[in-house]
Design a protein around this ligand. Structure first.
Ligand code: GDD
Ligand code: MG
Length: 347
């Protein structure tokens, strides 16, 4: 099986730690942390024997990819092969995935081959169970399905895709009734009440010819990628629509299937979700810093520059980096995107 590792996103949701020029996937959460999210992703997937990685990124992030692969290579299982694909422009996940498959075809990979698409900025464990799910996905993808991994929702999160399944479960998977990418809060609440919805975890498995057909049918501008020379594809890449695979294919396809997965999964899409998964002290604080906290509760403190001291805070997020300091109320951190927007206008 071939793994398409998406490593070209410009995740700004963990600002000020993640930056446009240094997105989340390449981050180590803490200086004591040995590996970045991207490196953890490669390590986890390398448990699948004979994995071949197609890492899709862009010129700006090329050296992070190369350096981090080199750094982690000794720790990878099964000595996997790597190909790095450079997008001429960042056009979101649908063009990135289409380009990776087109590249693989150029290298002689068969259209019968199964591909597994993985983001590179999530935390997932344990490895063994995860690989078992991948092997199940591979079998289902062979039958012509586009396989997703569904996570049982715990809150009406609007940053995820929601997948409604059609019962009953057949041989470890459900057929998908509908896929709704990032609904508004009212709709998300309704889905949670209805109960037969899963969150889309952002990973997909499919046979190359299945997805190529779906690109041709539902996103013809991307479908053309499979009709043209590779050189032409690269030349015209800038003219492609900027769209995610979720909107371009998953909301439209009739071929989606879902494996309900019961493992630890987090996309760490906000400071609050990081707080959720970290260990807390006796006051409910999650601390990744040298820090003194007196009468501070339920807060997240991150920094590696100076001692951070807090007095009497509650539900607060403090993140200090070399050149920026974020102080926010817990629950408001989705809005760091607005800060990033203002900063990029200033730049
Ligand atoms: N190469 C490349 N090029 N990679 C990209 C690009 C691009 O233009 N844009 C995003 N990526 C990478 C990101 O780095 C990340 O690893 C992955 O693709 C997904 O992109 P996100 O931007 O993080 O998507 P999302 O989190 O908003 O939504 C997706 O993931 C959710 C789960 O975390 C969707 O699939 C949702 O349906 C899903 O619930
Ligand atoms: Mg994401």
């Amino acid at each position: 099986m071939k793994f398409i590792v998406l490593a070209g996103g410009s995740g700004t949701r963990l600002w000020p730690l993640s930056r446009k020029n240094f997105p989340k996937q390449f981050l180590k959460l803490h200086p004591q942390e040995a590996e970045s999210f991207f490196q953890k992703t490669l390590k986890r997937l390398s448990f699948y024997e004979e994995a071949e990685f197609f890492v899709v990124t862009n010129n700006k992030h090329k050296f992070y990819v190369i350096n981090q692969i080199e750094e982690i290579s000794k720790k990878l299982k099964n000595d996997p092969k790597f190909e790095i694909i450079l997008e001429p422009d960042s056009k979101n996940t649908a063009p990135a995935i289409a380009l990776a498959i087109r590249y693989a075809m150029e290298k002689g990979v068969s259209q019968e081959e199964i591909f597994f698409v993985s983001p590179s900025d999530h935390l997932i464990k344990p490895d063994k169970e995860f690989i078992d799910y991948i092997k199940t996905a591979e079998q289902i993808a062979k039958k012509g399905h586009i396989v997703t991994f569904g996570i049982k929702p715990t809150r009406p999160e609007t940053g995820y895709g929601y997948i409604k399944v059609r019962a009953p479960e057949i041989e470890k998977f459900f057929k998908v009734e509908k896929f709704v990418e990032k609904p508004d809060i009212e709709t998300a609440k309704k889905y949670i009440e209805e109960g037969n919805y899963f969150w889309n975890s952002g990973m997909f498995a499919f046979k190359a010819d299945t997805i190529i057909e779906e690109f041709k049918q539902h996103a013809p501008q991307l479908g053309k990628i499979f009709e043209e020379s590779y050189e032409r594809v690269l030349n015209d890449f800038q003219t492609l629509p900027e769209i995610s695979i979720d909107y371009a294919i998953m909301e439209k396809t009739q071929k989606a299937a879902l494996i309900p997965v019961n493992i630890f999964w987090s996309d760490i899409g906000s400071w609050e979700s990081l707080y959720e998964i970290l260990e807390k002290d006796s006051q409910g604080n999650a601390v990744l810093a040298e820090s003194i906290n007196i009468e501070t509760k339920e807060s997240l403190i991150v920094g590696d520059k100076r001692v951070i001291a807090t007095l009497g805070l509650q539900d607060t997020v403090v993140v200090e980096t070399q050149d920026a300091l974020l102080i926010a109320k817990k629950g408001e951190c989705q809005k760091v995107k607005e800060i990033v927007k203002i900063l990029s206008h200033k730049a």
